[in-house]
Design a protein around this ligand. Structure first.
Ligand code: 5RP
Length: 221
C-alpha cells in the first residue's frame, strides 16, 4: 500500500453507522472514497456529500449513497487531503482546485480528518503555492492586489486556457515566502473584492493522519 492509501485506511475507521460523511478531493481522498465504498458494500449505512463533481462521480461509482445538502444541517465527519500541513495543523489546500467546496464542507463538519503522506508536512506553510479562487470579472485587478501581498501570483491554466472550478471561477496560485501568520494573511486575501476563497485552512483540522513509506501512520491532533 502507498502512504496515501494507508492514511486513508486509518481515517476511514473513524466512520460510524448512520453518519453523514464529507468526501474530499484529490489523489489521497480518492483512496478514502474507495475504502468507504468497500465498507458500504460490507453493510455500513452512511450518506455522503462531496466536495467536487469528480469526487461525487467517484463516490457514486463506489456505491456510496449521496445526500442533498438541502436535506442536512451538518456533517458528522469529513475526510480530505491537503497540500501542506504545519505543526499547528494549519493547511494549504486547493491543489486540485476544489478549495471553496472543501472549505464549506470542512466548516460544517463536526470532525475534519486530514489525510496526507509524509511529504506534505512542513515547518511553515508556503512551500506550495497558495491557491486562491477568484471570479473571472476584472481578474487582472484582483491579481494585481494579490501581488501587493508580497507573492507571485500565477493564473492556473489547463491546456492553455484558464482552469475553471466547479463554481465557474478561476484559480490563482500565489507563491509566498514562508507564511508565518496564516490567519492574518487569510484575512488580507479575503479583503480583496473578487476573491471568493483562499486555500489556507487555519485551525480547521481536528486531526491529521500521516502515512509513511514504511507502512506506518501517525495521528496528529
Ligand atoms: C484539492 C485539494 C487536495 O486535497 C490537495 O490538493 C491534496 O491533493 P492530493 O491528495 O492529490 O495530494 O485540496 O483541492
Amino acid at each position: 500500500m502507498n502512504p496515501k492509501e494507508i492514511a486513508a485506511q486509518q481515517a476511514v475507521q473513524f466512520i460510524e453507522e448512520g453518519m453523514i460523511v464529507g468526501l474530499g478531493t484529490g489523489s489521497t481522498a480518492y483512496w478514502a472514497i474507495q475504502q468507504i465504498g468497500q465498507r458500504v458494500q460490507a453493510g455500513l449505512h452512511i450518506r455522503a456529500v462531496a466536495s467536487s463533481q469528480s469526487s461525487e462521480d467517484l463516490a457514486k461509482q463506489a456505491g456510496i449513497p449521496m445526500v442533498e445538502f438541502s436535506e442536512i444541517t451538518s456533517i458528522d465527519l469529513t475526510i480530505d487531503g491537503a497540500d501542506e500541513v504545519d505543526d499547528q495543523l494549519n493547511l494549504i489546500k486547493g491543489g486540485g482546485g476544489a478549495l471553496l467546496r472543501e472549505k464549506i464542507i470542512a466548516f460544517h463538519s463536526k470532525r475534519f480528518i486530514v489525510i496526507v503522506d509524509e511529504s506534505k508536512r512542513v515547518e511553515h506553510l508556503g512551500r506550495f503555492s497558495l491557491p486562491v479562487e477568484i471570479v473571472p470579472f476584472a481578474s487582472n485587478l484582483t491579481i494585481n492586489r494579490l501581488t501587493e501581498l508580497d507573492c507571485k501570483p500565477q493564473l492556473r491554466l489547463d491546456n492553455g486556457k484558464e482552469f475553471v472550478t466547479d463554481n465557474g471561477n478561476w484559480i490563482v496560485d500565489c507563491k509566498f515566502e514562508k507564511i508565518l501568520l496564516p490567519q492574518e494573511l487569510g484575512a488580507q486575501i479575503h479583503s480583496i473584492p473578487g476573491v471568493v476563497e483562499h486555500g489556507l485552512f487555519v485551525q480547521m483540522a481536528s486531526s491529521v493522519v500521516v502515512g509513511y513509506k514504511d507502512g506506518s501512520t501517525k495521528i496528529l491532533s
